[in-house]
Every structure is written in structure tokens, then in C-alpha cells.
Design a protein. Sequence first.
Lengths: 557, 160
Amino acid sequence: MMIAPQRTRSTCTFCRCGCALEIVRQGRRIVGVEYPDDSRPTGGRLCPRGSASAMLLDHPRRLCYPLKDGKERSWNDFLAEVGPIVRDCPSNELAITYGSQLTREDVETVWGMADALGADNLACSSPESEMHFARRLGGRSRVQAQDQFHVTPEEIAKADSLLLVGDVFGLMPVLARTVLDTRYASRERRLFGLDTVASRVAGFSHKFLQPRPGTEPLLVLGLAALCDPRLSGFDADAVATACGARSDDMREVATAFDRPKRGMILATVTSGRVANPQFLAAALQLLKDRMKGNTRLVVLSAGAIEPGKKPLGEILSGIEQGAVRVMLDFGDGALLEYPALSARLEKLELLVTTGFLRPGSTVKGWVLPVPMNLEKAGSVDTLWGPAKLEPTAVAASGTRELARIVEEILQADVQAAPVEETVWPAMPTRTVLDKGRAMLSGKSGQPLISPDYMFTLLAEKPAYGFLEVFGSSGKQIAVAPTDARALNLSERAVVKLETSSGRQATFELHVTSHVQQGTLLVDANAPAVRALFDVSIDSSSGMVTIPPAQAKLWRKE
Amino acid sequence: MAKRIVLDLDYCIGCQSCAAACQAAFREESRIRYGEIGATAFLPMACRHCEEPLCAAACPFEVLTISGPDKLVVQSSFRCTGCGSCILACPWGVIDEQLLRNISQKCNQCADRETRAGRIGPRCVAACATGALRFLDEAELPKPEVARRFISRSPFWRRT
């Protein structure tokens, strides 16, 4: 007898767009994903990450056993070995981290565990720049900064001028509909883009500002000076020259955000794209404050979870110095995504991480299988506000809920603890201006092309390449036509790349005017590509970022 | 005229949600092709289900036939030998080789996707992140609206 298909609605949590989706099941078998057109505000539209949901629920790489050093072990082995170590570990030698994709309830459980163990080394482990970018805005608490994390389609629709900073359409394709409807609503509406790569926003923008890599904050400060002439030292022509932009375009943007216009800045940062997200965040805050019109700044971070009690960089430094011996990472394996970051964990005596897919390479330590968000009930924060999750499928065999893992490790009931608000100090205005002026006068800032290495290597993360569900990505490298001519390379030539830290990879060349001269663009969805990027820890803030790399390129013989 | 997939170039951002939805549903390669014009125009292209399909004319084994009230060009995978005649004949380049089974594959407008009320249209249209793809018949097609704002005036294609 044919079993009737059942549909269960939930919310996609692979970014903060909070799109509704339905998982279709026949009995326990996942049949596919459906698009509920009566859902608001996204109307059933889904980007490739949402469409991948059903494939991920029963993915062949789905993790169903605990792994130790890459080998399958039982849950009893794990508890017998790890439980005593964690329970007996001095609290200052233990670090607990959590990922950005967890439910609110999961995060509260992790905070409860940290409370029970007295661990102060508690941090969100997402190394993604956009997370830290979001936290560094404004220096206000989350309650005060609600307007920076949440927005409604109606509010976007009211904006006379929109400035999209970063690859907004790449991060949240579904948001593009609202933005484009606003842009097409009348001829007076203006849409501007600002990114180092002519991203998908470029073709829809009235003006697209494309500064050289590393100079984005300076360009933003130049715009701020045009909006408020009292901000001295940022002459538009000088800033435009330093950034490789056009001063007329900058003036047009500044005019569009003048009184009495209603403006909106939607900003995001991609790992491997922006050298200093903290500086860019502070510069954007300053720009928003100096705009005379009624302008809002909204951050489109991939996740927006409390950062924890300590910056992640501080914990990583503790591991380096041998002060932290044991680490429990309750996340989606983000720490292991970037090899430069996971290499810093090698000094640990015990590493326990969680994930729903089998890691691409052997992890030294334990990897525990946990359910995906689509298999849980709970609540998450989205761009449009809080959303509820419903379990759309029975949790995959062998996985255990985070709360159960915590209780079994501690051999006691753990009370979920309220997540404390952490107010991260913003970069002081004086520092922002000093850094900007120094960059303009050429006293600081790294050169675009160093004498030894020709190119700045930038990353993008198109939604279609998400977890490589739809096929392997990261095979192509984009280069400007002028550079291709100079190197005598043609489209589809096989090239070899070596970064300044000695990492190598092979790509197929794609010649495009999307990228500027002296820059290369790669798809960082692929693990081999992420391995090309280094990790930097800011000494003053403890912020972990993944900046662009320096690389040279030649034809593979 | 039966319903067909229509693309509004003013809204397509090239995110490939359509290709992902197709691939997720059929668990094989996407049946919707994807191309770019210059730096700014994106073209997802599915089978147009032509009134006089050249692919059907080229097929030596009558694998491709026009079927049903919607006059869809449907393919009988069991009879396809993978000769590739349809791939070469298609003027839009939207029929591809299914590499695993060594037969050709093409869009069937998600004929399997239906509710009690009837067919609800292709998944690529439902998934389209910006609503650029629409499923319309000729009467519904607001011709002056589609690509109205798409005017070439500079090295970038500008939407006025």
C-alpha cells in the first residue's frame, strides 16, 4: 500500500533569512523539500541552501556514530573515556564553545553546562567574519541593538535609498526580492553597492563602488565626510584615488542619503574578503551616524548568537600557551572548517566537537553525531524576528540531542542557564578616524600587491556551493582580463596558485571583469580552498578573522 | 496556450536556486541550464516545450513525444539509447546527457508535483529566490512588464 506523503513545516536555519520550508516524508523516508507559498515574509522561496535541506537529512556523509581520531566508536566508549576527564578538569583548563547555528535552547544548555563546571572559557566558535562584524557594531547590548539585527520587508520597502555593503545577494538570495521590489518601486529610488568584487549586486545598482581590497573602511569614511563636512581629513578626491573608486560616484551616494530621504544600509562580510571587519563595522556605524537623512544600518550576519564570556581568540591563545587543555565544541564543526584554525587546536589534550556530517578529513579527537536543526524543536533568531522550529523528521540514527550529551557527560541533570548579554566595546570614533587618516596618508595598511606575490586572493561563498551538496565547488579561479593578458593565460587554462604561507592549489582560470586588476576570487565553499586562507587574531579585541591571502599564480605545466 | 516557464531578467540574480531545486528533487544533474551574459545578466534556461520540437524530430526512436493537454514534450527514458541526437538538435541547448545512465535528460515541468487540486507547477519556479521565474500562460503574460527595465546603456547592463 502506498503511504501518503506527509509535509512538516519548519524554518531553514542555514542563514538568518528564516525562510519557511516543508520537508516531505513517506513514512520515515525523506522524499524532498516543498515550498510553502503561503508563508510570510519569504513566500516559500528558498535559496540553494534551503533546497539542500532534504538531501542533507539523509546525506550519505551523515554522521551516525561517534568518531575518535576518524574511527567509529560507541557512545559508551565516549562517555567512559571523556566523562571523567571533563568532570575532573580544573575549570580554568577547560574551554566550552558553541556554534552559530544552534537553537536558543541548545545555547542555554551549553551555558548551563559551563555554569555547572564553573568554566569561564565560554565562546561562540564560529570563526566567520560576519559574526564578529555583527558584534562589533555600536558597542550596544542586543536589546538596544535590535534595530541592527532585525528588519521587516515593509521597512525595507519604505527606503528611498539602499546601500548594500558586501555580497548581500550571495549571502541571502531570498532577501534580494524585497530589495529589488524597493528599487523598482519608483524611478527616484536608488540602489547602491559597495564591495571589492563586482558581486551580483553590481548589475542591479545605480552606482557600484568597488574599492581595492583592504580600503573599504576608508571609502566608507570618505562617504561619511561627504555627508558631514565637519569630518575633516577625508577629501573625496583623495579617498577615491586611494581606494580606486570614482569621487563622482561617492558624491552621488552621499547625496542620495541626504535629508529628508529615508535610507537603509544592509551590510555583511564574507570570510576571506575583508581584511579588518572590526574597522569596517566601526566605519559603517560612523557613516550611519553622519548621514543627515533618516538612515538605518542592518547587519545580515549568518548567525546572531551571543558571543560568550570570552572572545574566541583569547581561548585559542590559551590553547597555544598550554593554559587550556580540554575543549568541548558544541557546534557545526565550524572550528574544523578552516585548517589554519583547526591547526591551533592540536595542542589540546582532548578535543570534542559535534556535527551532522562526517568531517572531510581525520579529526584528532572526538566528533559526536547530533541532530540537524530540522530534526529538533526550538526557537531561533532570524532577520525578521524570532522563529519556531518544528521537527520535520525523526533524528538520524545514532545521533543524540545536545542536552542528553551534556547530562551524560556530567552524570547529572543540567539546568539550562539564561544566556547573558555580552556588550562588546565598539572601536572608539577617534581610533576609527586615526586609522582612516593613516591609511589615506599611506602610513599604514598593507600594500595591494607585495613585491613577492602578485595577487590578493579573495573568497566568496555562493549559496549554490553550500556544503558541496550539488557537486564539488572551488574548481575555478576568477582573474581580471588585464592580468590574464599580462600572464598570457586564457580562459580555462589550468593554473597553480601558491599563497604567501606556502599553501598550493590548482584551479581552472575564469577571466572576468567582476574582479579588479591584482585580485583573484575563489569559491571558499570547498575545503581545499578554505585551506588557502590564514587566520588572524586581533590582539586588542581577541577577534578571530579570516583575511584575504596573498598569492602568486602561474600556468600548470 | 498551456503554461510555460517565463523569466523576468530584472529579478534574476544568478543564485541558481532553480538549479538546486531541480537537482534536489531528481537527485541527479539539474535539468535547468544556467548561463551568464557579461557580468550582470543571468539566464536560467529550461526546456521550452516547443510547439514543433526539433528534438522529437531528430530522435530516431520516438523517445520524445508531445503529450497531454499542456502539450509537454516528454521523454520515455526506458526507450532512450543515449545517441545524443536530441542534444544536438535542441536550438536552446537545454537537453543534456545523463552521465550515470548514459541517456539524455530534459525538463518535464515537474509533472509529478501535484496536489488534489491539480498540477502546481515546476519546483524551480516555486524555489526561485527572487521570483524571477514565473509559470504563466500566454494570457497571463504581462508582456510589457517582462524585461521592461532591462536596457543596455553602458558596459554594465543597467536596469533603469
